[in-house]
Design a binder for this molecule. Structure first.
Ligand code: COA
Length: 297
């Protein structure tokens, strides 16, 4: 079944992109086992991705083998995310990822509109080159910062935002002077997007949106568990930039209260934010950064 077969051949020829099927699962598990020393997250999301009726999950076949994959995810009608671009190590360096990315963009033009983004590591030169070739612009740069938590501070600074506060909280967040410093993007959980009421609603509904010292800041956070170490992840923060260091200090106490060993933020790399992180005692957790690329029609 090749309903969306892409006709232009890469070098070498005969790479056929098509919609992924459940029967591709064993080949995808085999492919991803060889990626990032077996730490690829695709096996954990593959079944959900297959079931995602709003997005589009693609595989690339080379002869009888699955040589790669990639996914379009719909965040909103006019806001999309491209993720899971993978090429089997046996086939790297032959233009396959470029071909899969082109195919996904063709599918996106048929399915979506507005802006489509992706995140990739600063060291992932192959993806930078593909983005460059396909007209994507680098719009943001982030890196992870973290702080071990202690249970001795002001964790009571935070209160849950209630559903009837949603619109006021959203207006506050969009007017926040911190937003331009965050490249006008918020983290939906490894997917960055422009702030929208619907996204904040998700955090409020999940009881993950908080007011800080009354209404002086809005903070959305959730828990991340990596190898048994729990981190309280800051996903969205809106406040006056001069309050950020204090918000971050309280956030680390709040993390402790929530049973997390670390407070963490994949933070925008902008000087005022880096200064606040340093003042609040957060340390860089990565030796690379994350670039967000965007294409808009
Ligand atoms: C990153 C990845 C998708 C690239 O796949 P690929 O099929 O080898 O990429 P392509 O052959 O299409 O190469 C794309 C471009 O990058 C260049 N390139 C490839 N590897 C490179 C490297 N290690 N350093 C510099 N340039 C590189 C290619 O020459 C090509 O540029 P060009 O068209 O100007 O010649 C693949 O290596 C992979 O799956 N890696 C592990 C998972 C991963 O990191 N995915 C990306 C997450 S965002």
């Amino acid at each position: 079944m090749t309903p969306f077969a892409f006709t232009e051949s890469p070098s070498p020829a005969e790479l056929v992109c098509r919609a992924a099927l459940p029967l591709d699962t064993p080949a995808i598990l085999e492919l991803t086992r060889r990626i990032w020393n077996g730490h690829d997250y695709i096996p954990f999301v593959w079944r959900d991705w297959l079931a995602d009726a709003e997005g589009f999950l693609a595989v690339a076949e080379y002869g009888s083998r699955i040589a790669g994959m990639g996914k379009l995810t719909r965040l909103a009608e006019d806001e999309w995310w491209l993720e899971g671009l993978r090429v089997h190590p046996d086939f790297e360096g032959r233009g396959f990822a470029t071909h899969i990315h082109r195919y996904l963009m063709e599918r996106w033009r048929a399915l979506g509109k507005g802006a489509i983004r992706l995140a990739t590591a600063s060291k992932r030169i192959a993806v930078h080159r593909i983005c460059d070739k396909l007209g994507f612009q680098k719009v943001a740069e982030f890196a992870a910062f973290e702080k071990p938590t202690k249970l001795n501070g002001n964790a009571d600074a935070f209160r849950l935002i209630q559903a009837d506060e949603l619109e006021t909280a959203f207006a506050f967040a969009t007017e926040s002077h911190l937003l331009p410093l965050c490249f006008s993007l918020i983290d939906l959980g490894w997917q960055w997007a422009n702030p929208r009421l619907a996204y904040l609603k998700r955090y409020v509904t999940a009881a993950q949106a908080y007011g800080w010292r009354g209404n002086a800041a809005l903070v959305c956070a959730d828990e991340d568990d990596e190898d048994g170490i729990k981190s309280w992840m800051l996903r969205w923060v809106a406040c006056e930039p001069q309050d950020l260091a204090e918000v971050l200090i309280d956030f680390a106490h709040f993390a402790a209260q929530n049973g997390c060993q670390k407070a963490a933020w994949i933070a925008p790399l902008q000087s005022p934010i880096l200064q606040a992180l340093e003042k609040a005692g957060y340390q860089a957790a990565w030796d690379f950064s994350l670039y967000v690329f965007e294409y808009s029609d």
